[in-house]
Structure formats: C-alpha cells, structure tokens
Design a binder for this molecule. Structure first.
Ligand SMILES: Cc1ncc(COP(=O)(O)O)c(C=O)c1O
Length: 498
C-alpha cells in the first residue's frame, strides 16, 4: 500500500537502468500533458501511430492512452467522442452525455490510464525496475488488464489479482496477455470483495521483487484522472455549450470503484461548478448507509472508501440496483430491445447501435444521472456528464445468465417495454443522498477502518485528506511527473522525438 505522494527520485541508478531497459524495448513515455491534450504529441509519432494495431502490446499504444481516439481507435479527434442521450430515452429534460471509455487501446476501457498513472511515478523516480520487479495489479478486472497491457509494453512481469467471480471475458483477455498463467491470481468472492484482494496483495508484498500498485491508494490514479479525464470531459461540455450558450454543467456522475474517475469531478467542479455525484450499487450501500452486500455492477467493488476518494468534495451519492443495470444491458444489446426503442420512442438510428458502448457500470452511471436530474429537478439547460468505463462487449456471458434467470423464454417486445418502463421511464429518486458536512464526515470516517486499522496508514496521513488544500497540492503532481518523464525519455538512449 503506497498511500504516499511519490515525487522525488529515490535511486538514480535504478532509474537509469529502467530507462535503458525501456530504450531497448523501443518504449518512449508520453507525458500526462500529452495524454491530456494529444494534439501536443509530436507529428512524427502521431503519423507512426496510424499503422499501430490498437489491440496489440505495441509501445506506440501508450500514446493512445487518452480520451481523444476516434471511433476506429486509430486516429485522433479534437473533441472526445460522446453519446448525447435524448429525453425520449432518459425521461428527463436535462441533456445527459456519456463519454465512452471503450475507445482506449488494448483493453477497451479507460482503466489503462489509471494503470499508467499508478506505475509511471514509480518508474521515473527509480522505485520500479522493470528488469527485476514484478508489477502487481489489484483490481476487479479492468485495472489489472490495463496493468498487464502496460507491463507487456514495458517488457516486465505483471501480476493480475482479481476476484474469481468476475466476468469470463476478463479472464479470457488475461489468459491471452499474461506471460505466465500463474500471473493471474483469483481471490475469493466477486465484485464487492475488495478486502480479499488487499489481503492477497499484503502476502505478495512480502517478496521485495513484487511492487504492489494499489489503485485504491495510489495518488497517481487520482492525479492522472484529474489531469487527463477532467479536461477531456470539460472539452465535451464546452463543445455542447458552443451550440447552446445557456447550457451549464449541473453535475458529473461516476460510479466509484477506486474513485480514480471521480477525480475528474474535482476539475469539473473547479471549472464549471458542477456537482460531484458518486454512484454505487444499492445492493451494497457503503457510502449511502455504511452498508454491505453482493452485487453485479462489475468494476465498482465496494465495502470500503478508497484512500484516493476526495470524500469531502463529493456532493451527492446515488444508489443504483444491479437489477436495473442487468435489465438495461439486455435491452440495449438485443434486437428486440433496439427495435422497441426505435419503433416506440423514435430513438435515432445512429445512437441505437452505440448503446452497446455502455457497459454495466456505465448504465449505472446513466441511471444515477437520471436520478440526479429528478432529485435536483434539472431542466433542459442543465447538462450532466458521465462516462462508460467499458462497453457491453465484456458482459456477454453475464447477459446470458441474466436472461436465463429472468426471461427463460424469449425476451419479447412486451418484456422490452416492461424493462424500459420500469428501469428508465419509471426511475425514481430513491437512494439519492445530498451530502451535508455531517454526511461527508460520516463517509470519510468510515475509511478509518480500512486504512488505519487494516492497512496501517498513520492517523495523521489519513486525516490530512480531509483538507481541500491537500488535494490542491496533489494536483501539482502530474506536471512534476512530466518533468521526470522528460528526463527519463532523455535517458532512454533513443532518437529525439519530433
Ligand atoms: C467497469 C468499471 N466501471 C467503473 C469502475 C470504477 O472506476 P474507478 O476505479 O475509476 O472509480 C471500474 C474500475 O475498475 C470498472 O472496471
């Protein structure tokens, strides 16, 4: 468990050895500024990218770890691709925009950015030696895939630690990408069993060759999303506002797994005054009610408050049932469901096939956005921005299980209408908590039991995260790492980039 802000070089010899190792593998590191604004990537490198396969462990793909990939994932766009959902689909007047993470390379999810953000500070400060260390990636399935992809590119061993109950698609991907099958470690339980992952990582950390990159505690995860995801979502909103000058950004919604994505909210709140809305599964209402339980909104493991969650800056918590996410996933990925949406609600033909870009947690974000719009009585000038971390492509096996359990016959047009009526049009503002100072403190304090009692973080280090000044200082980390990345790139021994 790092829990530290890693900013000073601890071992120049290790740093230089790492740089030479990467130089031999032909790897150059993009800066966070380039990933935040890919137009800054040198022209030669952009040209080279065009021929690189986005689904291979090609070093060029590090320069695609951002929100500006086009639909084909080979070219760049000026404004991140997004889905603007109409009131006919959401049942609210507020424009809800979903930015898809599946355009990120190699894993089809934005968690590869979090993995890059967690490893790079260790690498450029001489804490991680790719010729010797193994990178250990604790996760509910996407972060560890991102970590394994980055490890492959860096030519180092990567170990994925994830619960055995995660979707088969995640395991199939891991089998194809890890160097050794033993590098996939399955812990007991499923989505909300994060404690079991921590315990296994603590065992692994006893071997000094293992460097555990705990996304729930690594400030690189926060800093990468603040520096890259925040401005990318701001760009989407600004493009919408260019067409509608009265538009304001009422809220940013993100389901919390590690709470990395929520860091984008800190940027959007600073810039536009947007409220920050954290979504979680109603079946495991940790933030809502200090609760616990099992759920299947994969990626948003719970029963703890991540160390990198800026709780005192969070405004609303929304619970979403996994019954809703399962049912809507079926509606959006089924011919009968799509025909129903087209024929009955006139949903535009170009939007319909893109609904499959919204995976289970993205659907949770959508439902949470609708609940927020209802609670706050938002109107047509109040936009809500959210993300879909991954797409439906990762959940075919889960969908078949859900359909077999709930629609053992065929899923017909009546079923489609029922799902639409119950889980979209009929959404109420239950499980919506507008946070007072007292509620924020209650959630913040809940983190004590994980971080101080279980993980041994000193109380003072835990407490300093209450103050917004702490997070403001943390936001300077990415520019500081960029200077170290530039030094590192110079030490690679490769030709200068142009
Ligand atoms: C599918 C999915 N959705 C949402 C999340 C939560 O994102 P974050 O960890 O940034 O809070 C994750 C995290 O792994 C995920 O895999």
């Amino acid at each position: 468990m790092s829990g530290e802000v890693v900013s000073t070089t601890v071992d120049r010899a290790v740093r230089d050895r790492a740089a030479r190792w990467l130089g031999r593998a032909g790897v150059r590191l993009p800066s966070f500024a380039e990933l935040a604004e890919p137009s800054r990537i040198p022209e030669g490198r952009k040209a080279a990218l065009r021929s690189a396969d986005p689904d291979r462990p090609d070093p060029a793909n590090l320069f695609r770890v951002h929100w500006y990939n086009d639909w084909s994932r080979t070219g760049l766009v000026a404004t991140p691709q997004h889905l603007l959902l109409p009131p006919a689909l959401t049942g609210v007047r507020s424009p809800i925009v979903v930015v898809p993470g599946c355009l990120f390379p190699m894993i089809g999810a934005h968690k590869v950015l979090a993995a890059y953000g967690c490893l790079i500070p260790q690498l450029v400060t001489g804490r991680f030696d790719p010729s010797h260390h193994k990178a250990v990636w604790p996760s509910t399935g996407n972060y560890c895939r991102g970590g394994i992809a980055i490890s492959r590119i860096l030519n180092c061993r990567g170990v994925a630690v994830l619960p055995e109950g995660m979707s088969e698609e995640r395991f199939a991907w891991l089998r194809a990408w890890v160097a050794d099958p033993q590098d996939v470690i399955r812990t007991s339980g499923s989505e909300s069993n994060v404690k079991e992952i921590y315990d296994r990582c603590a065992e692994l950390a006893r071997d000094p060759a293992n460097v555990v990159l705990n996304q729930f505690a690594e400030f690189g995860n926060y800093a990468a999303h603040y520096a890259c995801t925040g401005p990318a979502l701001a760009r989407v909103f600004e493009a919408m506002r260019a067409a509608r000058p009265n538009l304001r950004l009422a809220a940013f919604v993100a389901a919390s797994g590690s709470a990395g994505t929520l860091a984008a909210g800190d940027h959007l709140k600073e810039k536009f005054g947007a409220r920050i809305v954290a979504a979680e599964a109603s079946e495991c209402p940790t933030l809502l009610r200090n609760g616990f339980g099992e759920h299947n909104i994969q990626g948003i493991g719970d029963k703890h408050v991540p160390y990198i969650h800026n709780v005192m800056n969070t405004d609303i918590v929304v619970g979403v049932s996994d019954r809703s996410t399962g049912a809507l996933d079926l509606l959006f990925n089924n011919e009968t469901g799509l025909c129903y949406l087209a024929d009955r609600w006139y949903i535009a033909p170009d939007l319909l096939p893109r609904l499959k870009l919204i995976g289970l947690s993205g659907i949770a974000n959508l439902v949470a956005a609708i609940k927020t719009a209802k609670r706050l009585e938002l109107g047509e000038d109040d936009a809500i921005v959210t993300v879909a971390t991954d797409s439906a492509a990762l959940y075919g096996t889960e969908r078949r299980k859900f359909a077999a359990a709930h629609y053992p016959g065929d899923f017909d047009a009546v079923n489609a209408g029922e799902v639409f009526g119950q889980h979209l049009l009929g959404i109420a503002d239950n499980d919506v908590l507008e946070l007072t100072h007292g509620e924020r403190s209650r959630i913040f304090n809940l983190g004590y039991y994980t971080w101080v009692e279980q993980q041994g973080v000193p109380v003072a280090a835990f407490e300093r995260r209450r103050a917004q000044g702490f997070w403001a200082e943390l936001r300077q980390a990415a520019p500081a790492w960029d200077m170290l990345i530039a030094e590192f790139n110079t030490a690679l021994g490769l030709e200068t980039d142009r």
